[in-house]
Design a protein around this ligand. Structure first.
Ligand SMILES: C[S@@+](CC[C@H](N)C(=O)[O-])C[C@H]1O[C@@H](n2cnc3c(N)ncnc32)[C@H](O)[C@@H]1O
Length: 278
């Protein structure tokens, strides 16, 4: 085979790279400025599949029809939807041992939670499991709602199915596995209906204006890590407005908001609270 002729997809021109970085940052908040190789690797195949001969043509197509369903594929390619069950378990412990008892003491019997950037669904299902396990027999008297959103349609379709390979369940407490998951004949496990009924999936871009809905708890973990600080700051402000008084925000353990956001009260690493100063 003659390798002397370079593939037209092997290289991304500086101007196409700049366009893609700007386009993605403006529309989805994701900062790809240091991800040239990722763009080449993840989009090269798509360009080939569409019968286009260069990144330039692909960029022109996205630019000329930003509402096209090709955009969905583009988003699926540029987002990282990695997630797993019982990730950062101490957040679920805090939900069960601190937040639910506080709601109960306040005689609320309801909890409204948002998993923002829910990827393939492990996080919102885990939230519903944690709430169910904390409430026990009182669960039926409570109104529990977990809104789960992501910008990636591919991730959401995996999430909605609620079916996972057994290997994915390795971090899950045995009690949760037996109470909330059912083994399927093919060896996979499905999330039980009692948990699925509490979780409402929808597509939502965090760069868009937020709906007028208030949450007691917002999980936005390992999402803003892909954003520039300025973008995170704007989104953190919107989260603040969407939290009820005393509501909690969870971010990923490797993330911090100190220095970029002062309105939240720091509770412990990666946990913040809305406490309005009187
Ligand atoms: C690494 S996953 C984190 C999943 C889960 N929260 C966890 O911690 O395991 C990040 C998710 O954020 C989503 N995301 C990135 N930018 C977004 C945006 N602008 N609006 C909504 N979701 C976004 C991605 O599609 C991806 O599924």
């Amino acid at each position: 085979m003659d390798n002397t002729e370079a593939s037209p997809l092997a290289k991304l021109s500086d101007s196409d790279f700049d366009f893609i970085v700007q386009f993605v940052s403006n529309r989805y908040g994701i900062d790809l400025s240091q991800k040239r190789r990722l763009i080449e690797a993840r989009l090269g195949g798509e360009i080939k599949k569409l019968g286009l001969s260069s990144f330039k043509q692909y960029v022109d197509m996205l630019e000329s029809d930003p509402a096209s369903d090709k955009i969905d594929t583009f988003i699926d390619k540029i987002t990282t939807n990695y997630s797993y069950f019982n990730r950062e378990m101490d957040h679920y412990d805090f939900l069960m041992n601190t937040i639910i008892p506080a709601q109960a003491r306040a005689q609320k019997a309801s909890i409204n939670i948002w998993s923002a950037g829910c990827a393939t669904g492990e996080e919102p299902y885990n939230i519903a499991m944690a709430v169910d396990s904390a409430l026990g027999y009182k669960r039926s008297a409570w109104n529990v709602s977990v809104t789960a959103t992501d910008v990636s349609t591919r991730a959401l379709s995996v999430a909605r199915k609620g079916v996972y390979p057994e290997a994915e369940l390795k971090g899950m407490p045995e009690e949760w596995k037996s109470n909330y998951m059912t083994a399927l004949p093919d060896g996979n496990y499905k999330v039980n209906d009692n948990i699925r009924r509490s979780v409402f999936f929808s597509r939502f871009n965090l760069m868009d204006p937020f709906p007028h809905r208030m949450y007691d708890v917002i999980f936005c973990r390992n999402v803003m890590i892909y954003f520039k600080q300025q973008t995170s700051q704007a989104i953190l402000k919107k989260f603040y407005s969407s939290l009820s008084e005393g509501g909690y925000l969870f971010i990923g353990h490797s993330e911090t908001i100190s220095g970029i956001m002062t309105e939240y009260k720091y509770v412990q690493p990666s946990i913040y609270q809305k406490v309005t100063k009187k």
